[in-house]
Ligand binder design. Structure first.
Ligand SMILES: Nc1ncnc2c1ncn2[C@@H]1O[C@H](COP(=O)(O)OP(=O)(O)OP(=O)(O)O)[C@@H](O)[C@H]1O
Ligand SMILES: [Mg+2]
Length: 401
């Protein structure tokens, strides 16, 4: 534009130099040309602007349409999904529930209402736990006759709490199957207990007459006795496990002389340890007893010492016990065969055994799963550090009443 004005100015100057008497006319022509150029320029600009606006409007509409479509998809998905869902805002107002929520809990027209005014006792408790503490929550809860896996996700942005989304997944069928399995195992084990005792009793009586038997019969009788005892141990372990699985195992907290309990347990294993050339050391920092569940402690100590001896050939086993900040800490360290790193996460699983080819003294693989369950029932924890061919160290923490 500027170059055009300058160009036109030069033409007018040249014309003036040629004939100055027509300067007025030249000026008028120059001004008219300038106005025409300006008008032309403005027209072009307006056209470009309106094209730009049209393009932008089309883009905005496309984005808006996509947003509406996505919102519709999401809403339909949430509305029609089979798991109940609830969204509650930071003021405790129920902003959203889906069809499944209404069907499962028989609650309709609760949108826009304060949660305490409309939710029944069970639901209210869950919502309160999730909403008040603004934390992620994942737990199985019983509501009425059904079990739900409740998942709660707080909506937090820039450290501000906006509300909570709760999702309820119905897991009643899985629970029912689990319950049936446990009941079945416990019933079968119970039924097997009596015939097993009869078999062992009979074999023991026959064994007493070993003087009349030839060598092969004696050998078979020994195998028979060992295997029946192993089977009885297995049955006992399964019964203990199924008892532990029952909700809220009753604990009986009493004053326990922990030192004495450990010493007595060591005594039970002393002969076996001597046979294997193992030295058992016991270090205690406890001057007095502790208030704990006696049965639980006995199960833990017996299993850990039994394992330490079973999986060692010689060396020292050190058992330490101390009390720290409301917790009893028990450490059982051996210098035995250790556990391969890949198997460490598996040793607390039922029936897991690293080496199944050890013969008839190998046990059932239930010991540590029972120990773990007992510790969990006592709100405690167990950790293991182990290195192959160097040894293992089991550390137990149990809160003391
Ligand atoms: N102190 C240990 N050293 C090495 N391996 C161990 C030790 N304790 C446990 N394990 C490994 O973990 C597995 C599971 O132990 P767990 O006590 O559950 O079963 P188990 O000793 O085989 O049988 P039982 O049911 O008679 O106790 C064992 O088979 C063994 O492979
Ligand atoms: Mg064991």
């Amino acid at each position: 534009m500027i170059t055009r004005i300058i160009g036109l100015g030069i033409v007018v100057l040249l014309a003036l130099m040629y004939d100055a008497s027509l300067s007025g006319l030249y000026f008028i022509v120059y001004m008219c040309a300038l106005i025409l150029m300006e008008m032309n320029q403005k027209g072009k600009f307006d056209q470009e602007m309106s094209d730009y606006r049209r393009r932008k409007n089309t883009q905005i509409k496309a984005v808006e349409n996509e947003r509406i479509l996505n919102q519709k998809i999401l809403k339909t998905l949430i509305k029609t999904m089979s798991s109940p869902m609830l969204y509650i805002d930071r003021n405790g107002i129920i902003c959203f529930t889906n069809n499944s929520f209404k069907d499962n809990f028989g609650l309709s027209d609760i949108q826009g209402k304060y949660y305490k005014d409309v939710l029944g006792q069970g639901l209210l408790q869950i919502v309160q736990e999730c909403y008040l503490f603004e934390k992620k929550y994942n737990e199985t809860r019983k509501l009425g006759e059904r079990y739900y896996q409740v998942d709660s996700n707080p909506l937090i942005k820039n450290q501000l709490f906006y509300g909570t989304i709760l999702l309820f997944v119905d897991v009643s069928k899985v629970k029912e199957i689990e319950k049936f399995q446990k009941q079945f195992l416990s019933d079968v084990s119970h039924e097997l207990k009596t015939p097993m005792s009869a078999i062992i009793g009979s074999v023991e009586i026959l064994n007493r007459r070993s003087g009349d038997m030839d060598e092969i019969t004696k050998e078979f009788m020994e195998i028979l006795l060992k295997e029946s005892e192993r089977m009885q141990n297995l049955i006992d372990d399964i019964l203990v496990l199924s008892k532990l699985e029952r909700p809220k195992q009753e604990l009986n907290h009493v004053f326990v002389d922990v030192n004495k309990l450990i010493e007595n347990t060591i005594q039970l294993f002393q002969e076996l340890a001597n046979e294997k050339g193992i030295e058992i050391q016991f270090i205690t920092m406890l001057e007095d007893g502790l208030v704990l569940d006696y049965k639980s402690l006995k199960t833990i100590i017996t299993n850990l010492i039994s394992n330490a001896i079973k999986y060692s050939d010689g060396g020292i086993i050190r058992i330490s016990v101390l009390y720290k900040e409301g917790t009893m800490i028990l450490i059982v360290k051996d210098h035995g065969k250790g556990i391969a790193a890949k198997n460490i996460p598996l040793i607390f699983d039922r029936f897991f055994q690293e080496d199944r080819s050890r013969g008839i003294d190998m046990g059932t693989g239930l010991g540590l799963s029972i120990v773990k369950k007992v510790i969990e029932n006592n709100n405690g924890s167990i950790e293991v550090v182990s290195e192959l061919n160097k040894g293992s160290e089991f550390t137990v923490h149990i809160p003391v009443s």
